[in-house]
Design a protein around this ligand. Sequence first.
Ligand code: SF4
Length: 349
Amino acid sequence: MIIGAPPAPEDRDRGGPGTPLLDVRGLTKHFGGKGGLFGKAKSGVVRAVDGIDFSVAKGETLGIVGESGCGKSTTARLVMQIIRPDAGDILFDGEAVGSQALSLGDFRRQAQMVFQDSYASLNPRLTVEETVAFGPRVQGAKPAAALAKAHDLLHRVGLEPRRFAGRYPHEISGGQRQRVNIARALSLDPRLLILDEAVSALDKSVEAQVLNLLLDLKRDFGLTYMFITHDLNVVRFMSDRIMVMYLGKVAEFGPSEPIFEKPGHPYTAALLSSMPSMDPDHRTQEAPLTGDPPNPIDPPSGCRFHPRCKMVSTLCSQAEPRLSTMGEDHLAACHLADPQSGHPRLAAA
Ligand code: SF4
């Protein structure tokens, strides 16, 4: 067996290829709030994640995009159980996380996370090799085997062990630190990697190198990614499917190309129109997104995007749109995507 190589995928694929690796239903997290006694609703509650459903297929990359505060990073932390959900079910390869069949510890060995701040994620007192060997050591690997695995993984992420193994986090660059974080995440042979703005702090040239490295590792290790970013160019480059979030809700979900070519939600269209394009044939005609997202403590009634939407009608402030099918596996939470909604623009079309 190659040191650092994960167990064969068929040994771990309990649910079979048709079962999503991650299946999330009704995930909810509200922060803060006062009152709530004697049946009264709490006031001042931040609805960070408000009952979202999504799945990630085995071997795919799901990109999650949205403006800051939309709930994408909270979603990642809820999936990892770094913060406890208020409600919702999380199934990993068909088994409920935290159940008898899949303890939290077992899940966390199979799902790892890489954060944006490469320096804060590392222990400044551990060398690079100690950092990567730490997980296998805690899991019971002998020191020599853990070190050999760390060296193999460092090599795989482009850090030659002879040069980098003995260095401390402050002695290497931001891009190199993020490679160490990736090697550490791989040290427990995970199946799912959640990358939360993992390249956002890097220079563009270093970012491109790390993105290509992530694609290589995904192929070589048979990984599945949840890729969270605010950068639409990056999400398009990396993702098979995309989930667009707005104020704690799913605005749009679907395969990457249909979403980029023909977005179904005016919010997605506005986000895309704010992307710089070098191709004159691919410039969107939508007006760019203006203003900040509304306060998540008191989200707008009906469709949460209605105060900023060019296509708004009275219906939009009164009724919350459901996720409607736009095409195969392509959903948008907009009355314009639902032929039965009664949005006046549908009659005019
Ligand atoms: Fe705009 Fe109405 Fe669609 Fe919301 S439901 S995105 S306000 S058109």
